[in-house]
Design a protein around this ligand. Sequence first.
Ligand code: PEP
Ligand code: MN
Length: 356
Amino acid sequence: MSNQTLEELRAKIDIVNKEILDAVNKRQSYIAEIGNVKSKQGVHRYDPIRERDMLNKLIAVNEGPLTNQELEHTFKEIFKVGLEKQEQSKQKELLVSRKRQPENTIVQINDVEIGNGKPAFVFGPCAVESLEQTAAVATKIKSKGLQLMRGGAFKPRTSPYDFQGLGVEGLEILDTVRKQSGLGVISEIVSPVDVEIACENIDVIQIGARNMQNFELLKAVGKTNKPVLLKRGLAATIDEFIHAAEYILAQGNPNVILCERGIRTYEKATRNTLDLSAVPILKQETHLPVMVDVTHSTGRKDIMLPCAKAALAVGADGVMAEVHPDPAVALSDSAQQMNFEEFDAFWSELESFSQK
Ligand code: PEP
Ligand code: MN
């Protein structure tokens, strides 16, 4: 083959390349239009039956030399690019997405604004055990000028034989304490049937790590207007976490606070691995406030303070930690709750750090 013939053939390939490029781009623009139609209909974009049908139609008219297998391989790659583009635009459509709403969501709990640039702090016992115990923590928290308290009424425990929380009685204790103290109270519920009673007795509904993908619970709290503190699942990816929040917003409730609480890894030095990188990612990807629970993530009182500082340094809107009047006799998480003396030291350092 002469050099001239080679050049001529290469020129022809260049022309065909351009034709393929134009055809693929044209295909992409049709896909975008189809995506818009499907999104209005609320249907999922990927349709494997349609994909099979397209491949069969191409195989029927294939004159070679491409084998049918090579044809499938080539066109599946083209289909994949289209799907990836659809996925990207779907992300932009999420209600929680920063692309959809550039300004920060601020969640109001009484007089406290979570997500306004000033860090918020939530302390309190792992579980509500009695009125006296809860009121004692409330007094301690108030003495520091803080305005929010946590306390579990429904405790999702690994063993069914461990203390399960006081249930509705616990929520009522929180209601009594919030009325006495003026503090905003946060507590977890684990079932949609308790949404109504929670709305009456507490200020923020917590959805715990074990229930991050309890979709019926997410939908139920989404139907209220109550602030929701949504904790990251034990083994949830950031994407799954974001979509769990989307379930709540999709039902009409915009008042969602995300909470990083550590994920399960092979590391045993801490109870869970605190994924601080999730904080700036969640702040970038979503417009929701992000808090960090330093108790359930680290499980270690000796490193809670530096981890709390680190959380604020990477942009967290707040920190949560557990405090109990007498952790030695606590009915849950006895080893990791701070006693009042430890809390005094923790808070005095964290307060000055947060004001810097
Ligand atoms: C809690 O905050 O009481 C709790 C049980 O945490 P998590 O769901 O993150 O384990
Ligand atoms: Mn706990």
